[in-house]
Design a protein around this ligand. Structure first.
Ligand code: HEM
Length: 415
């Protein structure tokens, strides 16, 4: 017997999965915001309401931890974490209290290192654009020339990873970030290779930890190895997983912030002109890019208890996808949600998540985004898109363009 479609969100979600719609998923997100919560199948839910996502991000009854270990070997014969339990993956995928212990050590090393970074980031941006400088008209791919190399250079310097390693970790990042997407979008081969890729990733990172232990330097990993109470320090697999998490999260997201921001400015020449005239608008522009076209479009959790969401009971053990990009355009929270409007007030977007997993790199990402978008607005003369929309990478969760080619009448030299 065939039943009438019990889950109307399934068709809508199917359109979001479709790569043909990757360049503009927002009509589908808009449809999703008609209701704050939808059931996708017997055990999966989508939450699209801003207020509901915000509350769920902070709800301890939601878990970010999969039942199966996320990374590498585990079980009785596998490595143990610093809590004495089987190692379970990077702290993004752990719950409190162990998550909190590992995150606190990382923040302790991360925060002081980024405090004085703004001038260095601005100099890096200037240097990258200078490579394309000259007074004449030309074309620049903002992704290849700025949006990608900037966060890679910054995160490599912070972590003490040699920039020459980029081709290797880029290849891992491509495969590991695809694994964050809904399983329906992955090929059988991608799924089959995932466990091996995760184990290979750890095997690639572990020697870097050993090398740093032998020769500590001033980088963040050396800090994690030598600072604090030796009794509670991260063990090597945790250090490697943290290094890997920061390496990937540190650039695979910011590249999309700069690329999406460039597109938003090109499509809104009035905002571009205002930023050009007043670089003090950069923080508001970056916040609006994060709301309007967020680099991380959704995140996943599961329930550890029955939870009531907007009148619906979501049973314990079910999967919940928090649609950050939909919440960012929820008309119940944002006036004129489809308008790119940096001057809006109360821009409490969800782009960096919330609660215990709130993005650890938010301040750094903001600095990089502000420096890059200001330089694009102030140094490129008469910029316009070569292809709009540009081609998009396959990723759904970490969504962003493969390239953003911009024609211009010249790039003002620095100094
Ligand atoms: C525009 C750029 C960025 C965006 C939009 C972004 C977004 C996010 C989001 C939504 C989460 C929460 C995920 C969840 O709740 O499941 C997160 C977590 C995280 N982000 Fe970012 N991120 C960005 C840049 C960065 C950078 C530059 C770094 C590091 C240098 C970083 C490091 C992390 C880490 C370590 C976590 C895990 C935090 C935890 O589990 O406690 N992110 N990010």
């Amino acid at each position: 017997m065939t039943s009438a479609r019990p889950y109307p969100a399934a068709a809508l979600f199917g359109r979001l999965l479709d790569h043909a719609n990757r360049h503009d998923p927002y009509p589908y997100f808009a449809e999703l915001t008609r209701e704050p919560i939808w059931q996708l199948d017997a055990h999966t839910w989508l939450v699209s309401g801003h207020c509901e996502i915000s509350a769920l991000l902070r709800d301890p009854r939601l878990s970010a931890q999969d039942a199966a270990p996320a990374d590498g070997p585990s079980g009785p014969s596998g490595p143990l974490g610093s809590d004495g339990r089987p190692f379970h993956g990077p702290f993004l995928l752990l719950d409190p209290p162990h998550h909190d212990a590992l995150r606190a050590q990382t923040v302790h090393q991360f925060a002081p290192r980024i405090l004085g970074m703004r001038p260095h980031i601005e100099a890096m941006v200037a240097g990258l654009l200078d490579q394309h400088g000259g007074s004449g008209p030309g074309e620049i791919d903002v992704v290849a020339s700025l949006a990608y190399p900037l966060p890679v250079a910054v995160i490599c310097a912070l972590l003490g990873v040699p920039p020459e390693e980029e081709p290797v970790f880029h290849s891992f990042a491509g495969r590991l970030t695809r694994a964050l997407d809904p399983v329906e979008t992955l090929s059988k081969q991608e799924i089959a290779e995932l466990e091996v890729t995760r184990a290979d990733w750890l095997a690639y990172l572990l020697p870097m930890i050993e090398e740093r232990r032998a020769t500590p330097a001033t980088d963040l990993v050396s800090g994690l190895l030598t600072d604090g109470d030796p009794a509670t320090r991260m063990v090597d697999v945790e250090l490697a997983a943290t290094l890997g998490l920061l390496l990937i999260a540190g650039h695979e997201t910011t590249v999309n912030l700069i690329a999406n921001g460039t597109l938003a400015l090109l499509r809104n020449p009035d905002v571009l002109a205002r930023l050009r005239a007043d670089p003090g608008l950069a923080p508001a522009v970056v916040e609006e890019v994060l709301r309007f076209d967020p680099p991380v479009q959704m995140n996943g959790r599961h329930t550890t208890a029955d939870i009531r969401v907007a009148g619906q009971v979501v049973p314990a053990g079910d999967r919940i996808t928090l649609m950050l990009a939909a919440g960012n355009r929820d008309p119940r929270r944002f006036a004129a949600p489809d308008r790119f409007w940096p001057e809006r007030t109360g821009n409490a977007h969800l782009a960096f998540g919330g609660g215990v997993h709130y993005c650890l790199g938010a301040a750094l990402a903001r600095m990089e985004g502000q420096a890059a978008l200001t330089a694009i607005a102030t140094r490129l003369s008469n910029p316009r898109p070569v292809a709009d929309p540009p081609p998009y990478r396959p990723n759904m969760l970490l969504r962003g363009p493969e390239e953003v080619r911009v024609a211009h009448d010249g790039i003002t030299p620095t100094g």
